[in-house]
Design a protein around this ligand. Structure first.
Ligand code: NDP
Ligand code: HEM
Length: 493
């Protein structure tokens, strides 16, 4: 009996025990290696296939499992089973991320953070794929790939380009609300537990009477907001590029489970025609004074993944994963995302990505999709002889009780901007003039001035005109911060 006799035997992937994992099979002790050493060939071939495409955006991420608990009754707004009764718990997965950096990017970079939740409800998976910001840079999905290109590398220099970013933002003034948040303290949280989350889009709820409400989701951190300045973050990145992973994983390992409170804002369906802002414009919030936060529940992250690749990298979140009682809205961006994510998953993970354990619902799954690469589940129709629908061979059938009430739509089909005259400056003005303190504004100006470094002057000037329109003090503050940076640079020469 050797010391290792209790340990499992190593085998080939076909299950045959392996006699030696230390030496290749060679002709003579010097080699060459024999072609028949399949064990070596298999090992090398597997290594070549260890990488899958990284997410085209939000590639760098950190995640954990947890529990959502209902604390307040909202069944008058939604018949979603997850909200069924106070005290009900639902298992969930969360993944946080940065947007622009690649898989190896440093965690403490200034960027919007992804805030993604998968709720394994008893009526199917509900995914809320949001950010740590209540708004987004654009409101029309046709602009999304162009916007992302400005955040990624320049095709020739292979470097990120401040000119591209400010050129785009300066021509898309609706982006400056999100830019203001990104450049404020909230754009660089100390770790994922110190930030709020938002569904950002307007979604809809419907209740047991078939009444529809528009809804926005908010998740308030119970840890409080903590941020780093650019300078502090640079110091941390010099020390570790994995600060978020270390923090989130470490806290959960130590039993310091982070928590968030879930709130909703509810808008009666017909109010959407009355608000001065378009409630489906993703660059706008609904002011709390108009639509107060209503508490719903809380979630706690309390279990780290056993395997990062299997459970976090292979996690597939999609706004198309919705459940009874929760619906879409006319938001154009949301509509495009309903297509884009599942398409990305089929490319990134494969046809049957939803059968991977981390993505599989924890309720029965029955469908008539057939065959395809990596189909290890055989048939999911509920009956061996039912492989088409309708059938009289015991296969799964539809259930009309899950039907969504009709969504009221109006208008003509055309390529058109949002329906109302829109003021893109008012809401960032409220944030700048009313919400931020003097100290926060000073850091905001400094962060914007830093982000403008290296950008061509013409694009900077165009962007500054928009900051002036938000608030003259905002534009002036950025100009002063730029002048100060220039003076410091000259003094340093
Ligand atoms: P309120 O005046 O009622 O509250 C201010 C909101 O701003 C709070 O949610 C606060 O979050 C948040 N906030 C504070 N600092 C920042 C920051 N640096 N970046 C982003 N958000 C921050 O808000 P109103 O509803 O009257 O809206 C005023 C402005 O507040 C909006 O134009 C928008 O820019 C911003 N805001 C509004 C939200 C909304 O859903 N209405 C949500 C988030 C921001 P906290 O309570 O966590 O401190
Ligand atoms: C990831 C597309 C807007 C938040 C992704 C991915 C794609 C995508 C293709 C990669 C998915 C994957 O490979 O798993 C789009 C398109 C958008 C859009 C086409 C607009 C038309 C938004 C908005 C938000 C957002 C508005 C937030 C409110 C996220 C997050 C992830 C992500 C958090 C990472 C999800 C994860 O953790 O796996 N997006 N996106 N995106 N997107 Fe978007």
């Amino acid at each position: 009996m050797t010391q290792d006799s209790h340990r499992p035997r190593m085998t080939t992937t076909a299950g045959a025990p392996i006699a030696s994992n230390q030496h290749s099979e060679t002709a003579g002790d010097r080699g060459p290696v024999l072609m028949q050493d399949y064990q070596l060939l298999e090992k090398l071939a597997h290594q070549n296939r260890e990488r899958i495409p990284e997410r085209v955006v939000h590639a760098k991420g950190w995640g954990a499992f947890g529990t959502f608990t209902v604390t307040h009754d909202i069944t008058r707004y939604s018949c979603a089973s997850i909200f069924g009764q106070v005290g009900k718990t639902t298992p969930m997965l969360a993944r946080f991320s940065t947007v622009a950096g690649e898989m190896g990017a440093a965690d403490h970079e200034r960027d919007v953070r992804g805030f993604t939740l998968k709720f394994y409800t008893d009526e199917g998976n509900w995914d809320l794929v949001g950010n740590n910001t209540p708004v987004f840079f654009i409101r029309d999905p046709l602009k999304f790939p162009d916007f992302i290109h400005t955040q990624k590398r320049h095709p020739r220099t292979n470097l990120r380009s401040a000119t591209a970013m400010w050129d785009f933002w300066g021509q898309v003034p609706e982006s400056l609300h999100q830019v203001t948040i990104l450049m404020s303290d909230r754009g660089l949280p100390q770790d994922p537990t110190f930030m709020d989350g938002f569904g950002s889009h307007t979604y809809s709820f419907w209740n047991g009477n078939g009444e529809r409400f528009w809804v926005k989701f908010h998740f308030k951190t119970r840890q409080g907001h903590r941020f780093y300045t650019n300078g502090e973050a640079a110091g941390i990145i010099g020390h570790t590029r994995e600060g978020y992973q270390e923090a989130l994983f470490g806290k959960i390992e130590r039993g310091e489970f982070p928590r968030w409170t879930m709130f909703v804002q509810i808008m009666p369906e017909l109010d959407a025609d009355k608000t001065p802002y378009d409630p489906f414009d993703l660059t706008k919030v609904w002011p709390h004074g108009d639509y107060p936060l209503i508490e719903v529940g809380e979630f706690e992250l309390n279990r780290n993944a056993d395997n990062y690749f299997a459970q976090i990298e292979q996690a597939a979140f999609s706004p198309s994963n919705k459940v009874r009682g929760i619906g879409y809205s006319p938001d154009k961006m949301l509509q495009a995302r309903v297509f884009s994510y599942a398409d990305a998953h089929r490319y990134r993970l494969g046809t049957h990505y939803e059968h991977l354990p981390v993505n599989a619902p924890k309720c029965p799954v029955h469908h008539y999709h057939k065959d395809g690469q990596m189909n290890f589940f055989g048939q999911a129709t509920g009956s061996t002889d039912a492989y088409y629908e309708p059938n009289s061979r015991g296969g799964a059938v539809e259930d009309p009780s899950f039907a969504e009430p009709p969504l009221r739509l109006s208008g003509v089909a055309a390529r058109q901007p949002h329906r109302q005259v829109i003021d893109d400056y008012e809401q960032p003005r409220a944030l700048h003039d009313r919400v931020l303190t003097d100290a926060e504004r000073a850091r905001l100006y400094g962060n914007i001035a830093a982000a403008m470094e290296g950008a061509d002057e013409d694009v900077v000037e165009r962007a500054l005109v928009h900051f002036d329109r938000i608030s003259p003090a905002y534009g002036a503050g950025i100009r002063a911060a730029r002048a100060q940076k220039a003076e410091t640079a000259v003094a340093a020469e």
